[in-house]
Write a protein that binds this ligand. Structure first.
Ligand code: UD1
Length: 416
């Protein structure tokens, strides 16, 4: 298994280009199944997860041609609405095939994803919503077997869910009648999916109150070309890295309005931030201030940057707290950050952090995508060499992370 050897970094300086959003492109790829056609998606990050999704689409009968960061997906011969456990357990986002399968084939057999590294992640909202739309659903042998012609319905989510909103959107595009999603997820990745589906010929509107109205259409376009939005989590990770290691870095190809809360928090922590069109410049020349942070749904602070923010607070001047309200068990990085000298006490879903002067290099282990990112930036800020094992997690979500850090003066070497 590969590992990263990370050298202590004085400061990060230069320019970094941010890639397309992983969490936006995964549902776009499954959306191509809805209608037989040839769909071109640009700005796709080359990641383990996007390649796993390509593999899943090919199992369904699609042909995926990859040229640089462009994926051409031909779904004319799709004929197998089946997603096996082997794939779904490695990438939960595979579950995004459920809505498209029902839309195109009126049936689906999709493995239940099971738990994940940081605790249970149920899919009950997805199932209840499809049932409300007329699907007959049976659970057997770890699989969801769904069948039936879908019709429009009012879907009211108890809690805002990115995945369930995405699945219902895709299921509803061709369902007869009108579907209304109340308490729909507001994340930019969902609006990106809405834009893609509308370009395919869907009739979807987001109301001012955030609800989404989908009027079922009977046919869709068989050719579409689309650019994926920039990855706000990759951008946020680099910004927090600069705040932690100090320096002066310009991020290119970002969407600053998707990062407002992160930018504000970093300014509170002592960073100087300048925004110009699709660029963000961040400068940091001091020890960070200790700032409390609570994750919440968009436009709140993303849970996918919680671990990285906590890494920053481990060297802040004073005490702070980090609360995760989305995934209350998402704290596997704490034990690893403590191996680097951090002082953290966890009380349910609230981590209390006493900032230390300096982290120390040590061998640590990746546990999930974002926890790994927190260890990378903590390793760069630590005073000596840090070794991170099980970095396949980071390859799921960050394209060329070692080259990108190398460009701005961070030394990360991959050892086979
Ligand atoms: C997506 C993101 C993930 C991010 C998360 C929250 C992708 C591929 N993944 O995950 O990176 O951390 O949003 O921003 O886009 N819930 C239920 N029942 C359900 C579905 C969700 O109880 O059927 C709960 C979850 O346990 C969680 C909350 O709803 O507490 C939000 O989860 P959700 O938005 O669905 O996360 P994902 O779509 O799985």
């Amino acid at each position: 298994m590969d590992k990263f050897i990370i050298k202590s970094t004085e400061s990060l300086n230069g320019e970094v280009s941010i890639g397309g959003a992983k969490n936006a492109v995964l549902p776009l790829m499954t959306a191509c199944i809805i209608n037989p056609g040839t769909y071109t998606i640009n700005n796709v990050p080359l990641l383990r997860d996007t390649l796993t999704m390509a593999k899943l689409l090919e199992m369904v009968g699609a042909k995926v041609t990859i040229k640089g960061n462009t994926f051409k997906i031909n779904t004319k011969n799709c004929n197998t609405p089946y997603a096996p456990y082997d794939l779904v357990k490695t990438m939960r986002a595979s579950f995004y095939v459920l809505g498209p399968f029902m839309s195109r084939f009126n049936k689906a057999q999709v493995s239940l994803p099971g738990g994940c590294a940081w605790g249970p992640r149920p899919v009950d909202f997805h199932i209840k919503a499809l049932e409300k739309m007329g699907a007959k659903i049976e659970l057997a042998g770890g699989y969801i077997n769904a069948s039936g012609q879908l019709k429009g319905a009012d879907i009211i989510f108890d809690k805002s869910s990115v995945g369930a909103t995405g699945n219902v959107l895709m299921a509803a595009v061709k369902a007869k009648g009108v579907t209304r999603i109340l308490n729909a997820a507001m994340e930019p990745e969902i609006d990106c999916l809405i834009d893609f589906l509308n370009l395919m010929g869907a009739d979807i509107k987001r109301n001012q109150d955030g609800s989404v109205i989908i009027i079922g259409v009977s046919s869709l376009n068989d050719k579409v070309e689309f650019d994926v939005i920039p990855d706000r989590i990759e951008a946020g990770t680099f910004m927090i890295a600069v705040a932690m290691c100090k320096g002066n870095v310009t991020l290119k190809n970002v969407e600053p309005k998707h990062l407002s809360i992160v930018t504000n928090k970093l300014i509170e922590a002592g960073a100087c931030i300048d925004i110009e069109n699709n660029q963000i410049n961040i400068k940091m020349d001091r020890r960070p201030n200790s700032i409390d942070m609570t994750t919440s749904i968009y436009p709140g602070f993303p849970t996918d940057l919680q671990a990285q923010w906590m890494a920053l607070m481990t060297i802040a001047n004073g005490s702070s707290s980090v609360t995760d309200t989305i995934y209350t068990d998402r704290f596997t990085h704490i034990a690893e950050l403590e191996r680097l000298g951090a002082n953290i006490h966890l009380d349910n879903n609230v981590a209390h952090i006493n900032g230390v002067n300096q982290l120390y290099g040590a061998p640590v282990m990746s546990t999930d995508i974002r926890a790994s990112a927190s260890l990378v930036i903590a390793g760069l800020a630590a005073d000596s060499k840090t070794e991170i094992s099980r970095i396949y997690h980071i390859d799921r979500g960050y394209e060329n992370i070692e080259q990108k850090f190398d460009q701005i003066g961070g030394s990360i070497v991959r050892k086979k």
